[in-house]
Write a protein that binds this ligand. Structure first.
Ligand code: AMP
Length: 144
């Protein structure tokens, strides 16, 4: 069994948490942050991350993982309502072999419509004004 690498605080999501990079924030509390994916696979594609440093499911504290999924459920319900979706896809990748690109644990929440396929990963950067509009829709659905 190969040994998991250590958490690297220079990853993009750690920079967002430190305020060094911008994000279209949807929800924030003392333990988790939710923001829009800049290359959404469907409109409303949101990422939920823990505030504690964790690379992925292999090293995260189970309580922190449970909390991230609690927020993911809230965002899933808000995303389904905000985008009049028929369903929601949840994805979470672990290590390069598992499809992970950014090494700070994140849960993808992707509102889905019947018969509409997801775009391939990293296919197109969304316009900032569209992301701002979608973040506002999600915040409204969350009652914020
Ligand atoms: P993965 O690690 O495979 O789950 O993929 C990382 C995800 O992060 C991809 O869906 C990217 O589009 C997304 N992403 C990369 N950089 C940013 C960023 N600065 N803000 C928001 N999402 C990002």
């Amino acid at each position: 069994m190969s040994h998991a690498p250590a958490y690297d605080p220079s990853n993009i999501f750690a920079k967002i948490l430190r305020g060094e990079l911008p994000a279209h924030k949807v929800y924030e509390d003392d333990r988790a942050l939710a923001f829009l994916d800049i290359m959404p696979r469907c409109p409303g594609h949101t990422l939920v991350i823990p505030k504690t440093p964790a690379r992925n499911i292999l090293d995260i504290d189970p309580e922190d993982l449970a909390y991230v999924h609690k927020i993911a459920k809230t965002i899933a319900i808000a995303g389904k309502a905000a985008f009049q979706a028929d369903g929601v896809t949840i994805q979470q990748f672990n290590e390069e072999a598992g499809g992970q690109v950014v090494f700070h644990l994140h849960v993808h929440i992707i509102p889905r419509h019947l018969g509409v396929p997801m775009k391939p990963p990293a296919s197109a950067m969304e316009k900032p004004e569209i992301l701002a509009e979608h973040a506002a829709l999600l915040r409204a659905a969350l009652g914020q």
